[in-house]
Design a protein around this ligand. Structure first.
Ligand code: THU
Length: 164
């Protein structure tokens, strides 16, 4: 039997993303999606956390679907803005692809300075709609001072579970 030595290697993952310091730097379609996500914050129902989140999904037919976080006294029954938007989009346009999602949030509806970063469960749902589409879905995280754009969900969820 051959004994293997020195097979262990250190690996590294690099994530590329774009940081914008003003809305004007973005391409018009992204700017529009960001504006929709910020507007969607106004529809949040967040009587417990007071953290208002808005999301907007751009479909392959150019339609935009908004979502906002909806809380519930039975806490696990509430839902994040991103999943509210994606599930609404999937229900409304089952044959279309989700091309991009923008997310904005802030305490008491005031847009936070730091970009709104989606929770793990929402990233997993994004991943599956991206797989369903068969093409990259971009993710735009909006803050008042800076905006981050990731070109594909893989960049915010390495080692995506998609094996079923
Ligand atoms: N929330 C979202 O809507 N999206 C996220 O990515 C993180 C958290 C909501 C859930 C809850 O209503 C509130 O923000 C505080 O966690």
């Amino acid at each position: 039997m051959k004994i293997q030595t020195q097979t262990m290697t250190q690996k590294e993952i690099r994530i590329n993303f774009t940081e914008y310091s003003s809305f004007d730097e973005m391409q018009p379609s992204d700017r529009e999606l960001v504006a929709e996500a910020i507007a969607a914050m106004g529809n949040a129902y967040a009587p417990y956390s007071h953290f208002h989140v808005g999301a907007a999904v751009r479909m392959s037919n150019s339609q935009i679907v908004r979502g906002s976080n909806q809380e519930n006294a039975a806490f696990p029954s509430g839902l994040c803005a991103e999943r509210t938007a994606m599930f609404a989009a999937g229900a409304k346009y089952p044959d279309k692809d989700m091309q991009s999602i923008a997310i904005a949030g802030g305490v008491h509806g005031r847009l936070s300075e730091h970009p709104a970063t989606p929770c793990g469960a929402c990233r997993q749902v994004m991943a599956q709609y991206q797989t369903k589409a068969g093409k990259p879905m971009s993710v735009i995280m909006v803050g008042a001072r800076k905006i981050w754009k990731f070109d594909r969900v893989d960049d915010i969820l390495p080692f995506i579970f998609d094996s079923i």
